[in-house]
Design a protein around this ligand. Structure first.
Ligand SMILES: NC(=O)c1ccc[n+]([C@@H]2O[C@H](COP(=O)([O-])OP(=O)(O)OC[C@H]3O[C@@H](n4cnc5c(N)ncnc54)[C@H](O)[C@@H]3O)[C@@H](O)[C@H]2O)c1
Ligand SMILES: O=c1ccn([C@@H]2O[C@H](COP(=O)(O)OP(=O)(O)O[C@H]3O[C@H](CO)[C@@H](O)[C@H](O)[C@H]3O)[C@@H](O)[C@H]2O)c(=O)[nH]1
Length: 560
């Protein structure tokens, strides 16, 4: 197949006319010759982009692409009218620091630039006029049929591909943006060639997205890498070159990496599996810390300073959440099983198992500390999103922990600065039958949602911190380092004021407990206010007291 788009030399950032330089991380002979080939190819200029799926990935990614490439027309389409209406309104459908400004500039234009970002439900029209189509639809875990609970649900991807094939009357580059099992591009190619109109050519690329929610805008503006997988033939390389040129609008060229399609598809699952594995590893260590008097933050620091290990993704927590880690590891587990690699499947599965264990372990610690009964005790849950700076609640640890607490017949009062109340009700209703777990008539009989932290905590026996929102912390605010101060700040965190812990203390039942599932509090400072504090991977209140005593007197109990 020859290149599926018009091939013309593009302008480099210094104005010269040469193809985008790309690099490979492992300069093996094949990659090197491939890179050279790409360099020597004239590469097409994409002019019109369509993105199918206006979600957490499609919306922000295309907003940045449009923002950085004012000459391109970018149309993001979705089947959901309310979602598209929200993208076209001042109230975007997702909360992401820095997103609003980026969307508004490209969508609404300004004195010196025309609008070039559009949101629409007219899927057919947007596909028809595009030269490049991103497929950025959801790929959740299958809930029924073969592979239920593990395999990726690919029906949304397939229906998007079928739509492209049906509608296209001109050549298209089709880009897998969704996270998919390795070799999905094979099925896509087969469908496109079986249904596509005679003479219309398609080239399928893999271009997985690595943004994390809460930091999506800085992640997109300064990515560690852009990965593009293609077939290693002339048309594949030419299409890869055309896509590389879109990213070259703002990404340094040596961060645009190309490789074969299957490596690119698998690299996405591998990256998430490795990241999640680090969290399960530190969480497994946190259990040992709690049992011995070691401090998991000290362990993470000690290990993270080894440059071979590195310090990121080593924060012990109540368990990882989000729409990706669990789903992608389960997908990898399923792929391993279908490849008859049961030991490999069991290895990756254990990452998810430890995560479930961590959530249950945390609940058990709460029950034990509250004298083995939560019945009718008010528990304030601070944080419902799966991490700070996002309103997303998918797979949030809060959902499972609240279900556990409900099973103990606690009265739960929830506060989150960004999650909408209707989302909380939806998540609690949708998670099995929480109300029957609690033995109550309705979820509203034992859960309340508050819009400020003080109402949530008033009369509570315990506060449970499940999301690391800055406003829950009482730690001194660290001065930014010179490097941080110079970093582009397009992704401002939310700036709600810190909560006043002494005001909260005045209104709580005695003894008052804090269970910090994110290690955001300075336990000693809270203990001075009379709280009993239990942090993940740290000695509990008694341990802390012993340590203080030890520090003051030089004596104290041995840690074991
Ligand atoms: N959320 C993240 O942070 C993240 C990061 C990297 C990769 N990913 C991956 O990106 C993909 C998308 O994730 P997301 O979080 O944006 O999902 P999402 O659920 O927020 O958005 C997907 C959108 O696709 C739409 N859609 C589904 N089928 C469609 C069709 N046939 N035509 C038009 N629209 C259709 C849905 O209505 C929905 O709005 C997933 O594969 C995910 O694993 C997600
Ligand atoms: O040290 C850490 C880091 C994270 N987390 C938790 O892990 C989950 C995931 O966090 P994070 O990875 O920051 O957010 P995601 O938005 O889920 O992003 C992940 O999943 C995306 C979807 O595939 C990928 O694109 C990103 O690269 C990958 O980081 C959250 O619950 C975090 O609170 C921890 O418990 N400890």
């Amino acid at each position: 197949m020859s290149p599926s788009i018009e091939l013309s030399p593009a302008q480099s950032s210094n104005g010269s006319s040469r193809p985008a330089a790309v690099r490979t991380i492992t300069p093996g002979a094949e990659h090197l010759s491939r890179t050279m080939e790409l360099l020597s190819l004239p590469h097409g200029r994409v002019q019109n982009i369509c993105c199918i799926g206006a979600g957490y990935v499609g919306g922000p990614t295309c907003a940045v692409i449009a923002n950085k490439n004012p000459h391109l027309k970018v149309t993001v389409v979705d089947l959901s009218q309310p979602r598209i209406d929200a993208w076209n309104s001042p109230h975007l459908p997702i909360y992401e620091p820095g997103l609003q400004e980026i969307v508004e500039l490209a969508r609404d234009g300004s004195a010196d630039r025309k609008p070039n970002l559009f949101f629409s439900t007219d899927v057919d029209a947007a596909i028809a006029e595009a030269d490049l189509v991103f497929v950025s639809v959801n790929t959740p875990t299958k809930v029924s049929g073969t592979g239920a609970g593990f395999a990726s649900e690919l029906s949304y991807v397939e229906s998007a591909i079928r739509k492209i094939a049906e509608v296209a009357t001109t050549d298209k580059i089709v880009v897998e943006k969704s996270t998919v099992p390795v070799r999905t591009a094979d099925s896509m190619r087969e469908i496109l060639s079986a249904i596509g109109k005679p003479g219309v050519r398609f080239e399928v690329l893999s271009n997985p997205e690595f943004l994390a929610e809460g930091t999506a805008i800085p992640d997109l503006l300064t990515p560690d890498r852009i990965l593009i997988g293609s077939l290693v033939n002339e048309s594949g390389l030419s299409a890869a070159s055309a896509l590389a040129n879109v990213y070259a609008g703002w990404v340094p060229r040596d961060r645009i990496i190309t490789m074969n399609l299957w490596s690119s598809e698998l690299a996405k699952l591998a990256a998430n599996a490795l990241l999640a594995q680090r969290i399960s590893s530190i969480n497994a260590l946190s259990a040992i810390c709690e049992a011995t008097g070691a401090d998991v933050e000290e362990i993470a620091f000690a290990c993270g300073t080894d440059t071979r290990i590195g310090s990121k993704m080593l924060r012990a927590s109540v368990g990882f959440g989000g729409s990706c880690f669990k789903k992608d590891i389960l997908s990898l587990t399923y792929i391993s099983e279908t490849l008859h690699l049961p030991e490999v499947a069991a290895y990756w599965r254990s990452v998810v198992d430890i995560n479930e264990y961590q959530k249950d372990r945390f609940t058990n610690r709460i029950i034990t500390c509250l004298y083995n009964s939560l019945t009718n005790k008010k528990i304030a849950v601070l944080g419902f999103s799966y991490k700070k700076d996002t309103g997303d609640t998918r797979e949030s640890a809060a959902i499972s922990i609240i279900k556990n607490l409900a099973g103990e017949r606690a009265k739960i009062s929830i506060y989150d600065p960004k999650v909408e109340e209707r989302q909380i009700w939806q998540d609690l209703q949708g998670y099995g039958n929480v109300s029957s777990v609690a033995g109550a008539g309705s979820v509203k009989d034992f859960v309340t949602v508050e819009n400020n932290v003080y109402d949530a905590c008033a009369d509570a026996h315990a506060i449970i911190i499940l999301t690391e929102w800055d406003e829950f912390s009482n730690k001194a605010i660290a001065k930014p380092t010179a490097a941080q101060a110079n970093k582009p700040t397009n992704g401002h965190a939310s700036t709600n004021p810190r909560m006043d812990w002494s005001r909260v203390a005045d209104t709580m039942k005695r003894p008052m407990f804090v269970f910090d599932g994110r290690n955001v509090v300075d336990a000693r400072a809270l203990e001075e206010l009379g709280f009993r504090v239990e942090c993940i991977g740290k000695p509990g209140t008694n341990w802390a007291k012993e340590r203080m005593l030890q520090a003051q007197t030089g004596k104290g109990a041995s840690p074991v």
